[in-house]
Design a protein around this ligand. Structure first.
Ligand SMILES: Nc1nc2c(c(=O)[nH]1)N[C@H]1C(S)=C(S)[C@@H](COP(=O)(O)O)O[C@H]1N2
Ligand SMILES: [Mo]
Length: 224
């Protein structure tokens, strides 16, 4: 009884957007557009002292290195305007992000030619795998701003990955490491029933048909 009441209370707080016909092609199959910003993650929201924060680059690289937040901020900054799509069936259109373009960072990382996959390591014990090629899309950022403001703690401050063309679990929040790999290896959700690649327009949600995502799953979560 209590749980149901709690759930209904949250559902009334979700603003579902009417999608104009000219925007309909931007909404992948099985998704609902929301104007709010759901907050989803495993574990607690980590809080950082930027002076001790670092991003580690390792694996198939000529030399391991770390970046401080200051070093990343000194690099050219780029903006991405994109739609985001979560496997739990919400999409948010026209989101604006700012950060370092992965393609701009790559030349500084000394990745070996045989590095074809990347594992993104994040707090708390989160990781997600991607083909290196996908990280080179022009709109892929290591983002530190959303909607003209610094990222909030819950959305990944100080740094998160943004990979607009894949389901949003690939856009790891609180990233701490970039590992270059010769061979692919599944990350956290990819080991737990989710699709290895995650193209929302192909509905690559799960690794098997045994898994189902209830249509209202995301409405039970927290929102901004
Ligand atoms: N570090 C970390 N990043 C994460 C997750 C997580 O559990 N831990 N969850 C992912 C999932 S499943 C989603 S849908 C998005 C949600 O991002 P948001 O809370 O900013 O909407 O973060 C992704 N990044
Ligand atoms: Mo998600």
């Amino acid at each position: 009884m209590h749980n149901k009441a709690e759930r209904l209370r949250k559902i009334t707080s979700v603003k579902i957007a009417e999608v104009a016909p000219e925007l309909a092609h931007r909404v992948p199959p099985g998704q609902t557009v929301t104007e709010r910003f759901p907050i989803l993650h495993e574990g607690e929201v980590p809080l950082y002292d930027l002076n001790s924060w670092s991003l580690r680059v390792f694996g198939e690289v000529e030399q391991e290195r770390t970046f401080s937040f200051e070093e990343l901020m000194a690099l050219p900054q780029s903006k991405t305007l994109c739609d985001i799509h979560c496997v739990t069936r919400w999409s948010k259109l026209g989101t604006e992000w700012e950060g370092v373009k992965f393609a701009d960072l790559l030349p500084l990382l000394g990745a070996k030619p045989e590095a074809r996959y990347v594992m993104i390591h994040a707090d708390e014990d989160y990781e997600t795998n991607l083909p290196l090629e996908d990280l080179l899309h022009e709109d892929v950022l290591l983002a530190h701003r959303f909607d003209g403001e610094p990222l909030t703690d819950k959305h990944g401050w100080p740094l998160r990955l943004l990979v607009p063309h894949l389901y949003f679990w690939k856009s790891a929040k609180w990233i701490r490491g970039i590992e270059f790999m010769k061979e692919d290896r599944p990350g956290f959700w990819e080991r737990n029933g989710f699709h290895n690649y995650a193209d929302p327009f192909k509905e690559e949600r799960f690794s098997s048909d045994e898994f189902l995502m209830p249509e209202d799953e995301w409405m039970k979560k927290e929102f901004d």
